[in-house]
Design a protein around this ligand. Structure first.
Ligand code: AMP
Ligand code: MG
Length: 398
């Protein structure tokens, strides 16, 4: 059996970054930037005022009266330069007139008609935003591989990017298998259970910026599974759940092999999860996840998510990990490494972790409650007050 790290390394070593496409800037949020952004603009383009007030020459300041020789607002140009003994009325964002090198805020002066009286010395540059204080021509502003955020979009708009190059979203085909499954929209009959995995896995695909394709439910028949998997041939990645154990009805691996898949790994020493399959069909990755709803979600989280992020061209593939204090005993019986669902709370002493309750791999409500996965090696116990390593799945309030 492989360790989680070995399995992940094998998976990631076979994942290639997808191609790129241009998108409108307003649709670029959350996409992976695929180009290096080098500024062709100076931001701000010229020195401008950061206050409403008077543009002056610092050399003229002190306790003096100056002649107001004009007025300039944002969007206009100064009508002329200012000379010795002169000032110009100016508003926030307006260009500083030639000859001026400082702005005195209007609340610090006395103004009457075309005269203004200053009361203090000002230093050159006061309340002036110099040209290029934010971005200079030639600056490398953004590097490829980052998820485009709201601030990136603001900067890209400022630099004139109406479109931006991003990595294509991975298209991920999702298949559920099992004779017992009644899909959404059908009331489960005798011996049937509702199909959970298609929907949680499609949502997990969306959460990492992928596009899910629903291949529906296949019964436990080799030809049926094969046919459905074939329908997913246009996807970048195939993800199936269930049917990967050693039971007679576990036919997913055979179906993959019949389609020409090369299977790279099967069993991983973890709980929940153990029977996870990874392979490739003509260079495209295929994952066979276990069927229990928690196992499917946790193995997606640990293996499929980083693979999709790598495909999307992202630099950071992994969730943050923290050390949290156990708020009660946390036990991992059995030889396999445990990924236990915990809620996290923040208090004066830092982060605390508590099991969500029963940890059975069919108890999907444990995933609703889970803020993180506590990682415990086989046959270990973390006592109340001791520290435990937790993979953070979502932000903790407080
Ligand atoms: P299997 O790996 O096929 O033995 O499935 C393991 C367990 O997961 C069984 O109890 C299945 O009924 C259950 N299961 C498999 N697929 C799904 C699904 N799509 N939704 C909910 N439960 C499932
Ligand atoms: Mg089954």
């Amino acid at each position: 059996m492989l360790t989680v790290e070995e399995a992940l390394e094998q998976i990631l070593s076979r994942i290639r970054v997808l191609g790129t496409e241009g998108v409108e800037l307003s649709s670029a949020l959350g996409r992976t930037l695929a180009e290096r952004i080098v500024s062709r603009r100076e931001i701000p383009p010229w020195p401008n005022s950061s206050m409403d007030g008077y543009a002056v020459r610092a050399a003229d300041s002190g306790n003096v009266e100056l002649a107001v020789v004009g007025r300039v607002a944002a969007g206009a140009l100064p009508s002329r330069a200012i000379g010795a003994g002169e000032a110009m009325r100016i508003f926030t964002g307006a260009p500083i007139p030639d000859g001026a090198d400082a702005v005195v805020p209007q609340e610090d002066v006395d103004a009457a008609g075309d005269r203004v009286t200053l009361h203090q010395r000002v230093t050159a540059g006061a309340f002036v935003r110099p040209a290029g204080e934010d971005v200079r021509v030639g600056d490398v502003v953004l590097e490829p591989g980052r998820s485009i955020g709201a601030a990136d979009i603001g900067v890209l708009a400022t630099l004139g990017y109406a479109r931006v190059l991003v990595v294509r979203r991975p298209r991920v085909a999702i298949l559920s298998t099992g004779n017992e499954l009644a899909d959404l929209g059908t009331e489960p009959g005798p011996g049937q259970i509702p199909n959970t995995n298609t929907y949680s896995l499609m949502a997990q695909v969306r959460e990492v910026g992928g596009e899910p394709i629903n291949l529906g439910v296949a019964p436990d028949r080799l030809d049926a599974i094969e046919e459905r998997l074939r329908a997913g041939a246009t996807a970048d990645v195939l993800v199936s759940s269930a049917g990967v154990s050693v039971g007679e009805a576990d036919l997913v691996r055979d179906a993959m092999t019949k389609l020409g898949a090369e299977l790279h790994l099967w069993r991983v020493s973890m709980r929940p999860g153990k029977p996870i399959t990874f392979g490739s069909i003509s260079g495209r990755p295929v994952f066979g996840l276990p069927g229990n709803p928690v196992s499917a979600m946790v193995t997606f989280e640990l293996f499929v998510r980083p693979a999709l992020l790598k495909m999307s061209g992202r630099q950071h593939l992994h969730r943050p990990r923290v050390k949290a204090r156990a708020l009660a005993r946390i036990e991992n019986p059995g030889a396999r490494r445990g990924y236990l669902r915990v809620t996290l709370v923040r208090d004066g002493a830092g982060l605390g972790a508590r099991l969500t309750g029963e940890q059975g791999s069919a108890i999907l409500r444990s995933m609703i409650l889970a803020d993180g996965l506590a990682v415990l090696e086989g046959d270990t116990t973390v006592e109340h007050g001791q520290f435990v390593e937790v993979i953070v799945l979502r932000e903790v309030a407080g």
